[in-house]
Design a protein around this ligand. Structure first.
Ligand code: ADP
Ligand code: ZN
Length: 431
């Protein structure tokens, strides 16, 4: 039960009617929580007053600070004894937040992940290997139950131990792998070390990658290394985790499951909706969650709606890959820079390897950006002239993109420190 045309191919009109009905129910449910209960009472908000779905704009936003401020139970809309699980965000940008689920919520989430995997071409006869942290991080159990719901034989491989990952893939004939993109490039290095060819020596058919920002260039590289398509998966723990938005076989942006989330894109300064197709902050409202409904959550993730319809027949709108979080951006010498802009430039240069880190420092009262870059295994050389020329190419191209000339430090393939979970792309050592 993973292709659900009754939800996935609705006309706009019918979808909005469904959303309105579900939003009203969600508001009534949310009003049972101490936090929304007080907010709604104070602002005189009642579910039946909502005339149509566009009036969601009259409701207050919810931020990460709100969730932290009412930690742990302030957003709870069911009795504590109804809860069966909690998850936390990975805490990329500060203290983690906690999200609670009851049985209904977990079933709904698993169904969404199953639909997502199905959209990306996974089928019940496939073997699915989930290479990511289990535990509080939502990518582990989220994909586990979603893949089981779809009916795949699911290997809870968890993160790390690359040699064992490769052995599992070979022993059980893994067809679909989910992993974070920065890990897959490392895994490829271990394939090379072991002399195992990921194309010829495995049964891999497709990859699912997500949980961290990555450029189109990085996706294409990963596809080149493993010889299969890689599908972008987006989610965040506040909206369950994975299974919020997903690429279908056409890889033309991420379908967002609008029967279960109301999707808005707003200008992060004015908080007004952006013009159609403009980049802004993604704001999401849960439509099928009981324990902890969240209304108008400011994700801080930046994206835009993509125009047109998708040949797959799904009518939900598609969003562009996330270009970064509003709080990822750093300012250096007056220029606003997103790490993904640097990544895009680096990954277009064939001599560049798969890993990099941006280091920001203050030297003699001046801010300085240094990019430490691994060179590619194939190109690796100790010819000073060639290295110098690559260094200059990188510095120029990055300057053209972000308007600041970086220092570039080239390092050997595999030399940069690796983190267990999501890659850390910026080390800001300024005061
Ligand atoms: P944290 O906010 O602490 O990282 P989560 O583990 O919930 O906690 O991570 C969710 C965030 O990860 C999203 O808000 C987004 O910034 C990022 N993310 C998830 N999937 C993707 C993706 N496919 N592309 C880009 N960023 C992503
Ligand atoms: Zn599609």
């Amino acid at each position: 039960m993973c292709w659900q045309p009754e939800f996935e191919t609705l006309s706009r009109e019918r979808l909005e009617a469904l959303q309105l009905e579900r939003l009203r129910a969600t508001m009534a449910q949310a009003a049972k929580s101490p936090c929304y209960g007080a907010k709604f009472a104070e602002q005189g908000i009642a579910p039946q007053d909502l005339a149509d779905i566009s009036r969601i704009r009259d409701l207050p936003f919810t931020t990460k600070e709100d969730l932290r401020g009412h930690f742990p139970y302030g957003f709870l809309a069911v009795p504590r004894t109804d809860l069966v699980r909690l998850h936390c965000s990975s805490g990329t940008t500060g203290n983690p937040t906690v999200i609670f689920h009851n049985r209904h919520d977990l079933a709904s989430w698993a169904n969404l992940v199953a639909r997502s995997l199905y959209a990306a071409g996974a089928r019940p006869h496939h073997v699915f290997q989930n290479i990511c942290g289990y535990g509080l991080f939502t990518g582990g159990l989220g994909f586990q139950y979603g893949a089981e719901c779809l009916g795949m034989l699911t290997i809870p491989a968890a993160a790390g131990n690359s040699r064992r990952q490769i052995k599992l893939m070979q022993d059980f004939g893994t067809n679909v792998v989910h992993a974070i993109p920065s890990y897959l490039t490392r895994l490829y290095d271990v394939f090379v070390e072991l002399g195992v060819d990921p194309v010829k020596d495995t049964r891999l058919e497709r990859l699912v990658i997500g949980a961290e920002p990555h450029s189109e260039e990085t996706r294409r590289r990963i596809e080149g290394l493993f010889g299969v398509k890689a599908f972008n998966s987006y989610g965040l723990s506040e909206m369950n985790g994975p299974g919020v938005a997903f690429e279908c076989e056409h890889q033309n942006g991420l379908h967002i499951w609008e029967d279960c989330f109301v999707v808005e894109i707003v200008n992060p300064e004015t908080l007004e909706p952006v013009a159609e197709g403009e980049v802004g902050e993604l704001v999401l409202t849960t439509l099928d969650r009981q324990a902890m409904p969240i209304i108008r959550y400011r994700t801080r993730d930046l994206t835009r709606f993509l125009p047109g319809t998708c040949p797959c027949g799904r009518t939900s709108r598609r969003i562009d890959r996330i270009t970064g979080r509003s709080d990822d951006m750093f300012i250096i010498r007056g220029c606003n820079v997103f790490p993904i802009q640097v990544e895009k430039v680096l990954m277009e240069i064939p001599q560049v390897g798969n890993d990099y880190v941006i280091v920001l420092e203050t030297k003699e009262d001046n801010d300085q950006m240094t990019i430490e870059v691994e060179v590619s295994r194939e190109w690796f050389t100790d010819d000073y002239g060639k290295l110098e020329s690559l260094r200059r190419t990188i510095a120029h191209r990055v300057r053209d993109e972000v308007l600041v000339t970086p220092h570039v430090r080239l390092v050997e393939p595999g030399a940069l420190p690796k983190s267990e979970g999501k890659a850390v792309r910026v080390r800001d050592l300024r005061g």
